[in-house]
Design a protein around this ligand. Structure first.
Ligand code: PMP
Length: 355
């Protein structure tokens, strides 16, 4: 190829896109932390009705922002809606560009896209290793310098499922020097049951915090691509300027509004997750497999040096899980909690392969 490519792009690590295989029936998909259940019937009905209007551009995002404001005790002006929470990660990095401040801090291991997006936008990335699979915010503070601009915190953290507490977060925010944005990605927050989990929305007016949430996980709308972010109003208005006007499609907006209104459906998704987590913990204990108690819809387990081969053998049986070699955890895999039937399919196969 004749074109020269800038170092900032050449340095972008290759990120395996969501698997193309496995979409057909017959696969047990436990690799991408998706929701195993179809969305609420209210969502389907609202989308079917809207199908006749796709000749128009999407309606304003104000309705959904209003519903979110009501739910979290903020104002609509505090919210941004994105094409997945991934879009919010990018728009924040674009809006925060600032001469001389090119530092981004991420944990290691964590969700890979923070590093990728930061590199694409020309930032320098510093990583802070986890301590026994947990993020110590004190260690993040130690890595801040005069170039730091954005800090990404994933809570619960993907791929560990661990959290930091409200108290630790509040202390961290208080100690933060000026000119730094903290992006706290709470993609899995709905699944978290620990009462120490941060009340991040209460901090947005006092501190430079952007809270990210998504409809892809607990609400089961991953295929529609819709997420949201909350922050102080003026920051929201600047981030909004860096975003494409219609990045979120009409179906996604309508579906998200309907999904938010169905608390019972959400409740049953969370109940299934709670049962699945417990089922996995009991089974892993019985098998003598080390696992990390999780506040999310996945569990990290340590299966040993043959973790990659095991993942491959499960793949041959049409069972998808994630080997964590790319996260520098070559002896570990991450398994999404699926339906009870899927959980059993995975466990039975695991037992047979380890026998
Ligand atoms: N953040 C984290 C921590 C994730 O694990 C994921 C998806 N795997 C995302 C963000 C992206 O979510 P969305 O579908 O909203 O773009």
């Amino acid at each position: 190829m004749k074109l020269s490519i800038d170092d900032s792009i050449q340095g972008v690590p290759y990120y395996p896109k969501a698997a193309l295989y496995g979409a057909d029936a017959g696969w047990t998909r436990l690799a991408s932390n998706e929701n195993a259940y179809a969305p609420s019937p209210r969502v389907i009905e609202a989308m079917v009705n809207a199908l006749f209007e796709v000749n128009r551009y999407p309606e304003s995002e104000l309705d959904l922002k209003g519903a979110l404001a009501l739910r979290y005790g903020l104002r609509s002006q505090n919210f941004l809606i994105g094409n997945g929470s991934n879009e919010m990660i990018e728009t924040a990095l674009r809006a925060l560009k600032f001469k001389g401040r090119t530092g981004v801090i991420v944990a290691e291991p964590t969700f890979a896209f923070y590093r990728i997006a930061a590199k694409i936008y020309g930032y320098d990335v510093t990583s802070v290793p986890l301590d026994s699979f947990r993020l110590d915010l004190g260690r993040v503070t130690e890595r801040i310098d005069e170039r730091t601009r954005v800090i990404f915190l994933c809570n619960p953290n993907n791929p560990t499922g661990t959290i930091f507490s409200d108290r630790a977060f509040a202390a961290f925010l208080k100690s933060l020097p000026p000119e730094i944005l903290v992006v706290v990605d709470e993609a899995y927050a709905e699944f978290a049951e620990d009462r120490l989990f941060p009340r991040s929305f209460t901090y947005v007016d006092e501190h430079p915090v952007l809270v990210l949430r998504t409809f892809s996980k607990a609400y089961g709308l991953a295929g529609l691509r819709i997420g949201y972010a909350a922050a102080e109003e003026s920051l929201v208005s600047f981030i909004e300027r860096t975003k494409q006007p219609f990045s979120v499609n009409m179906m996604a907006l309508i579906a998200a509004k309907a999904a938010l209104s169905d608390e019972r459906h959400l409740g049953s998704v969370l109940e299934n997750n709670r049962k699945g987590r417990k089922y996995f913990y009991d089974a892993f204990e019985a098998l003598g497999i080390e696992f990390l108690p999780s506040q999310a819809n996945f569990v990290l387990i340590k299966v040993g040096p043959d973790a990659e081969a095991l993942t491959g053998r499960l793949f041959e049986k049409k069972i998808l899980i994630r080997w964590l070699g790319a996260y520098n955890l070559p002896e570990c895999v991450r398994v999404t909690i699926g339906t009870m039937v899927e959980n059993k399919v995975f466990l039975e196969a695991l037992k047979r392969l380890r026998a």
